[in-house]
Ligand binder design. Structure first.
Ligand code: AMP
Ligand code: MG
Length: 402
């Protein structure tokens, strides 16, 4: 059985080699998408010297403190005037500055009387003040937005200023989710006897959506070798980027999924890693038409499959799509924990910030990997490494926010 670190490394390696489609979308649709091109300035920004304030435009002369106002320039309505050192024009923020002028005095710093402007006492003026110089934000041809950033409002303004009405962005990953298990029934049905409602596919599809990717909920099928084989063959030949199955990868008599993956040509990268919960997870790759798919056969337990998703899938999608990292914080442990083996554990827990920037984490809850109610009450996973045993109250532990 491989270690957690080896498992994660091998997954990262495969994520790094998958090819993501690129699509072109209108600028107004680009928010929260990942930029797939470098955006360069096609003009100087700002495109012309302009005023940073409402005021008067003058030519600086240390001996002059009073000017005749010979005209007015508003943003978008430029005109030249016949200037001399004693003249000024009234000018609005964003307006182009006349050739002759080199200084803008804010309206708050002058006294206006009829057609003249006098500088207020105590006000110091400096040549060049309040001018936003042509190209001072960025020069034509320079890089404005680098590829692989998650586009937010602030980026769209920059793209718009560079004339990008259409942007290249990464297409979302198509991620199929298929549950297996004879015990599964639909959510709308009432469980009788030995049946349970299918639940983990909803958690996984929601996790996929939260990452801005496209989940494809394929529902659930029985633990029937032929049925599963048919279904898997179909998904493997489709154009999904990632397939996540749940159930059927342990060592039970009817755990067919792992063997079927291999039978259908999926190359095993690992099966089982030294973690808890989620040990039985299978990871492999499948290539069709030179395109690689990542195949995750996760255990059926809702807690295990979601923990597997959080540690095996989410970090790499975040990275590929410029969305940062999973959030890990150090926290003060509020109660003793039981950990008696040498696995890496991910324990459901409740994390709180004390208002002063310190985190406290409590985990009185059941660590059963079937307990999805406790999972719903928790907001983090305490990550405890292999060698550490029985963490005690008061120790500092690492928590992954979920
Ligand atoms: P398996 O991985 O197939 O051995 O299943 C492990 C446990 O998870 C069993 O108790 C199953 O009943 C449960 N389980 C399997 N699939 C699901 C599912 N889709 N939703 C909720 N629980 C499941
Ligand atoms: Mg099963």
């Amino acid at each position: 059985m491989i270690s957690y670190n080896e498992a994660v490394k091998s997954i990262e390696k495969e994520f790094n080699t998958i090819i993501i489609d690129i699509e072109e979308i209108p600028l107004e649709m680009a928010s929260q998408r990942t930029l797939a091109e470098n955006v360069y300035a096609d003009v100087n920004l700002p495109p012309f010297d302009n005023s940073a304030v409402d005021g008067i435009a003058i030519k600086f002369n240390k001996d002059i403190t009073k000017w005749n106002i010979i005209g007015e320039i508003s943003a978008g309505n430029f005109s030249e005037f016949d200037f001399n050192d004693n003249s000024a024009v009234s000018i609005m923020t964003g307006s182009k500055i006349p050739e002759f002028c080199d200084t803008i005095i804010p309206v708050e710093d002058i006294i206006l009387y009829k057609q003249s402007a006098t500088i207020k006492d105590q006000v110091k003026i400096k040549t060049g003040m309040n001018i936003r110089g042509m190209g001072s934000d960025i020069k034509s041809g320079e890089l404005v937005l680098p590829e692989n950033i998650l586009l937010k409002s602030r980026h769209l303004a920059a793209a718009a200023s560079c004339g990008k009405s259409v942007l290249k962005v990464l297409s979302p990953l198509q991620i199929a989710v298929l549950a297996t298990g004879d015990e599964l029934i639909d959510v709308s049905e009432k469980p009788e006897n030995d049946k349970i409602r299918v639940s983990n596919t909803y958690a996984l599809c929601s996790g996929i959506k939260e990452l801005n990717q496209s989940p494809l909920n394929l529902g659930f099928i029985k633990d029937n070798r032929e049925l599963i084989k048919l279904r898997l063959r179909k998904v493997l030949s489709s154009d999904v980027n990632i397939l996540i199955t749940t159930g059927g990868v342990s060592v039970g008599k009817f755990d067919y999924v792992k063997d079927l993956f291999k039978e259908l040509g999926v190359k095993e990268i690992f099966w089982r890693a030294n973690i808890k919960p989620g040990k039985p997870a299978f990871f492999g790759i499948f290539e069709v038409n030179n395109k690689k798919k990542l195949i995750f056969g996760l255990p059926g337990n809702p807690v295990s499959s979601l923990v597997n998703f959080e540690i095996y899938i989410k970090p790499f999608i975040l990275k590929m799509y410029g969305m940062g990292k999973i959030e890990k914080v150090s926290a003060f442990l509020e109660n003793d924990l039981n950990k008696k083996d040498n696995k890496r554990h991910f324990m459901k827990a409740y994390l709180q910030e004390d208002g002063g920037g310190r985190y406290h984490v409590t985990s009185h809850i059941s660590q059963s990997s079937g307990n999805l109610v406790e999972l719903s009450k928790s907001n983090c996973l305490i990550e405890i490494d292999e060698k550490k045993l029985n963490p005690r109250k008061g120790e500092t532990v690492t928590c992954i926010k979920i």
